[in-house]
Write a protein that binds this ligand. Sequence first.
Ligand code: DQA
Length: 152
Amino acid sequence: MNVLVLNGPNLNLLGTREPSVYGATTLADVEALCREAGAARGASVDCRQSNHEGQLIDWIHEAGVAHREGRLAGVVFNAGAYTHTSIALHDAIKGAGVPVIEVHISNVHARESFRHHSWLSPVAAGIVVGFGVDGYVLAIDGLLRKTASSRS
Ligand code: DQA
């Protein structure tokens, strides 16, 4: 089974961006961690990052097709600040019909109030918040466990 890990705006800066909030791990390290986590669970993990909302929407649509064709378990998605602003990503997830696990490295609920609302949460299959970059591994695990239990 395959998993798509998507990272949105500014997450290419991981490692140097506000390390006191997001840690010192780079995006390349996070992606390697995700591929290892997938491999340990028999899944192949494709990782992509974009700073552009439209590109993220296109990838969600593509993921919907792959999910319907049985090629993709779902998407692990850290949409960065688009989480708090993007009705277009909400609609894309709803329309594509692919399970999406929403991830945030930081505990957004313990931060500024503008980070407390998520347009993704109502259409997410699960949410992992505040576990640092380990959250991606927890999300991959949760997605694959959900997929396995929905098949048995
Ligand atoms: C984030 C939290 C968002 O509020 C922020 O805009 C990000 C990263 C996180 O992983 O904690 O870019 O999604």
